[in-house]
Design a protein around this ligand. Sequence first.
Ligand SMILES: Cc1cc2nc3c(=O)[nH]c(=O)nc-3n(C[C@H](O)[C@H](O)[C@H](O)COP(=O)(O)OP(=O)(O)OC[C@H]3O[C@@H](n4cnc5c(N)ncnc54)[C@H](O)[C@@H]3O)c2cc1C
Length: 429
Amino acid sequence: MAIQKKTLIIGAGVTGLSFANRLLELGKTRPEEILILEQADEPGGYCRSIKKSGFVWDYAGHFFHFRHPHVHNWLKERMPDVTLRHVEKISQIYIDGHTIDFPFQKNIHQLPREQFIECLSDLYAVSKSDTAQSHHSFEARMRAQLGDGIVDLFLKPYNEKLYACDINTLDEHAMGRFLPQTSFEEVMAHMQAPDNSSYNGTFSYPLEGAYSYIEALCRDIPAECLRLNTQLTTIQADEKYVVFDGERIDYDNLISTMPLPRLAAAVGYPASYKDLTWNAVEVLNIGFDKPSKDNMHWVYYPEHHVPFYRVGFYDNIHDSDRMSLYIEYGRPSGQSTNPQHLLEQTLVALKDVGVVDDHRLVDWAYVKMDPAYVHLRPDTEVLKHQVHNWLRQRDILSCGRYGQWRYCSIEDNIIEAWALADELDIKSV
Ligand SMILES: Cc1cc2nc3c(=O)[nH]c(=O)nc-3n(C[C@H](O)[C@H](O)[C@H](O)COP(=O)(O)OP(=O)(O)OC[C@H]3O[C@@H](n4cnc5c(N)ncnc54)[C@H](O)[C@@H]3O)c2cc1C
């Protein structure tokens, strides 16, 4: 006999768990009327942690900048025993053997003289341009706003490594609020009175890893609402049921947090969605036997001859005496790598850039995130809306970082999920 659920949620990441929490909190549904299906063997999605040989690593560098105190307070109330570090962020950019403070565009006076003059004069040349004007690509917008010097030295190579694509094909707003802005006047003022506080804000981090936030999100969700190790591949959207492991579940509302192109395939969406593309991020977490040399929290590496785009230092957050790194690589989706080879190549590169000297490797873990960053192209919004509308007509809501197909933080996911749960008109079964 088919099981009936008012609300079926695909994915127990931050979004799926936040959505379930809110529905239960509002009393819109009873625990027995809701089911979350998760393909992995634990909840959390990308907000998960790995513990090995005394090191705590996340899937990728995950640090939390909550802009809405009520969201963070809600989480903190559900994790009273967790120690949270509030850290003043220290991040830098490494180019050609030199480091300069992040954000690059505001600290160009720290570059060698010739590069500084080039960046400054190019920034001046565009300083009177109309910032409201639209541009045909992400690269074109950056060039028009910040000048060629800043783009060629940092923004272009860095974003090419991160997104693993031609950034000229990305929409001008591909990074939204995550791209730090500046102006000629601001750079000049900053040279006289350096102040990175507006960019280098604080972040919070649970000492036991990002997964503490997932434990907080799981606290009020009864175990019977969550089914792990269950991957959904086919959805009968018109008849509103799913089948897996020979079992059929009828639903009223389906909330999906799986990647939008995979959802489109699972429901048999009749039009093309192949232009929704993305990159993958490979992460090596590596623990060593002695402390790191600097007090950095993370460093960006824009140069193409350095294989990774970012290295982060957990030990400088934990105040631990063993260097603990996450190292991130942007890749085209679907590309496979041998983790052992990647480790060997990485240890050599870490020596070259001066992160490692006579440190000895203690342990390591490899993670692949595919999708990681979505490629927002000029036609992505239109395509996304077409798919979303088609789904909505069948009572399927696609949400979360990959359901909404956007660049966002876990706080954005929580806010979005709560708002959707508030709006949802739950029909009775
Ligand atoms: C490299 C990187 C660094 C980041 N750093 C930060 C940071 O510092 N701070 C921050 O706030 N955010 C950061 N983020 C963003 C943050 O990780 C995401 O916004 C958040 O985890 C997304 O949650 P979600 O629930 O929407 O999606 P996901 O975490 O992807 O969860 C979706 C869940 O659905 C499950 N699922 C998918 N398909 C199926 C299926 N067919 N059947 C069953 N289950 C399925 C998945 O297993 C997963 O558990 C980062 C992201 C990346 C990629």
